[in-house]
Design a protein. Sequence first.
Length: 192
Amino acid sequence: MLPAVATEPIEFETQRLSFRVWQGRHIPAFVAMNADAEVMRYFPSVQSSEQSIASVEAWLRQFAEQGWSNWAVERRPSGEFLGFIGLSVPKRRLPFSPCVEIGWRLRRSAWGQGYATEGAKACLRIGFERIGLKAIVSFTALQNLPSVAVMERIGMSNANANFDHPGLPPGHALRPHCLYKISRSVWMRHEV
């Protein structure tokens, strides 16, 4: 059972995408996406149904508390679920904590169409204009060149602060991570 959203959450649209608070109708497609080994290739493993639902429940708590989190992303106008894009506070203590992270995960059928870039740019705007954040970070495994490319396309810069992700054991191929960031002032110079 998904928790109710108590506060007025932020929802918005771009030219091709709708950003929605999670609803039950999103769950089956999200569970299937997280069980796809190709989608999860830069993560330690695929996720079980229970793990996927736990993620959504955590994000819904964030929507209830602060009005924003990782949004369920739908293709307009069909409403087809594509994945998630959003802003969140990492659960783990990281070398650069506290911070707000921008992240994304899309199903394979949505790859290569510019959705991650379009959606992430919109989330930066929400973060800086509506939420009032001063900076936003993004991080991923060094091997994850597709996500690094998105980070660069949305104007983020390599912070030259690579780190070992504390959630992965020493020697794990995905443990080395890169950190990208963008400040509100840098974002404003590019957006104006």
